[in-house]
Design a protein. Structure first.
Length: 479
């Protein structure tokens, strides 16, 4: 990554050393040799860690909290500490996102990400103190920035913090989508239509009830999301390598958790058993399962929107989705349900990500799971995509849906499904015969009931009222 185009002068470099040897690093880079090796080793997705804004924010918070805790314990001198704190807060604020080039998918349980963070903070701190980047004799990425820490406690802690932020964003957009469907439910409350089971005509309902069900099924997922809070708030910071706390001061665990809470505003708690917390990644599978459930339900609703809007001549044609773009390069005038289709595809991706997270959780061995990077990538991407999908579905589709009232009214007038509500009064056998005759002759159920003298006209009108057909309590329904 240091090669320059032919005919150009090579950029200035500095030499850095690690246990594997010596390498030249661009003088301007805030990252160092560990990051250089990781970039060379993991050219996988082409998506750098710096694109995971919430994770970088979380890591900056973790490193700042660690510096404060170590200073309070007399393990880090105040001058270095202040520089590390300032650098960590600048990282947290997004000033150096471009300095995190390590690929999101990496071996080493997140060590490359942790070292990328350590190096950027160390070199920015050196700059603050008036030293050159790479002058690690004055301030070292490991001895000072990473003091009392391990990738195995900082990385999962930062991931859990970032997941809470992403889940909060998703929850907000999800709630707005619920509200949009609920508003449509109220708007369509008086519009009667035919309900369907197994794609066959069933019994009457209102379009408002149909959209109200969409709102409620999504609202249920908000409750499931809120239940994840306590699990994501349990952290293992202070566990260091495997949970024994080796290299960390006995009081560090409590101090760093307190400092981190002040920095993040979260109510994080230290796990009761740090060995268990370091090896167990079940919380990520739990979150992934909730996201999968949410995605699948969103996708099912979008399937329904596509069916209900299908046509306009040979489909259901019961609702109109907003037309947002031309639908075909060959068929003039065609408009497709592109927004629900987009949501379907997001859901497919989330389901696939859940399978990845499941296998990654299962793949852990002994005192550590090495596969948290792919879990973080999947979970953060799933929530990012779902957040965008909900926002786009709401603003470009649901908010603008209209009912095709003439078609709905005509189908209700022609439908034999209304006979189901009469069965308690005329008997199931009579109702079945009326349905069969209506379908065969095209005559309306109301006319046949009157002709056979099965019900008086006034009572029949009550049974055919929108409130009765849609299951709303009505006094005439008592046999």
């Amino acid at each position: 990554m240091l090669l320059e185009p032919s005919g150009t002068e090579a950029a200035p470099t500095r030499l850095e050393r690690d246990s594997l040897g010596e390498r030249a690093v661009p003088s301007s880079a805030y990252w160092g040799i560990s990051t250089l090796r990781a970039v060379e080793n993991f050219p996988v997705s082409g998506r750098p860690v710096g694109t995971m804004r919430s994770l970088i924010w979380a890591f900056g918070s973790v490193k700042c909290a660690a510096a404060r805790a170590n200073t309070a314990l007399g393990l880090l001198d105040p001058v270095r500490s202040r520089a590390i704190e300032q650098a960590a807060l600048e990282v947290r604020d997004g000033n150096f996102d471009a300095e995190f080039p390590v690929d999101r998918i990496q071996g080493g349980a997140g060590t490359s990400t942790n070292m990328n963070v350590n190096e950027v903070i160390a070199n920015r701190a050196l700059e603050i103190l008036g030293f050159d980047k790479g002058d690690y004799a004055e301030l070292d990425p490991i001895d000072h920035v990473n003091r009392g820490q391990s990738t195995n406690d900082t990385y999962p802690t930062a991931v859990k913090i970032s997941l809470q932020s992403a889940l909060l964003d998703y929850g907000r957009e999800h709630q707005l989508l619920v509200d949009s469907f609920a508003a449509k439910s109220r708007e369509f409350a008086g519009i009667v239509k035919i309900g369907r089971t197994q794609l066959q005509d069933a019994v009457p309902m209102t379009l408002g009830q149909e959209f109200g069900a969409f709102a409620e099924t999504l609202r249920e997922d908000l409750a499931r999301m809120s239940e994840l809070g306590p699990h994501l708030k349990e952290i293992n910071l202070g566990a260091t390598a495997i949970g024994t706390g080796i290299t960390a001061h006995p009081e560090y665990r409590a101090l760093v958790t307190r400092e981190l809470n002040e920095l993040t505003g979260l109510d994080l708690v230290s796990a009761l058993d740090l060995v268990e917390a370091t090896s167990d990644t079940g919380v990520f599978m739990l979150l992934s399962g909730v996201l999968k459930r949410s995605a699948v339900k969103l996708s099912k609703i979008c399937n329904d929107l596509r069916l209900l809007s299908s046509g306009p001549q040979a489909g259901f044609n019961e609702i109109f989705l907003p037309a947002v773009q031309a639908g075909s390069s060959i068929m003039p005038g065609k408009v497709n349900p592109v927004i629900p289709e987009m949501v379907n595809q997001v859901a497919f991706r989330v389901v696939g990500a859940d399978a990845t997270v499941t296998m990654a959780v299962e793949g852990g061995q002994l005192q550590l799971n090495a596969f948290e990077p792919v879990m973080a990538d999947c979970l953060l991407e799933s929530m990012e995509w779902l957040t965008s999908a909900c926002r786009i579905l709401r603003t470009k589709c649901v908010d603008g849906i209209e009912a095709n009232e003439p078609v709905l009214a005509r189908r209700m007038a022609e439908s034999v499904s209304v006979v189901t509500g009469m069965a308690p009064f005329i008997g199931y056998s009579n109702a079945a015969k009326l349905a069969k005759e209506s379908l065969a002759t095209g005559r309306g159920i109301r006319d046949l009931v009157i002709e056979y003298g099965l019900l008086e006209a006034d009572r029949l009108d009550d049974l055919l009222s929108p409130s009765a057909l849609a299951g709303v309590p009505h006094p005439v329904l008592a046999p």
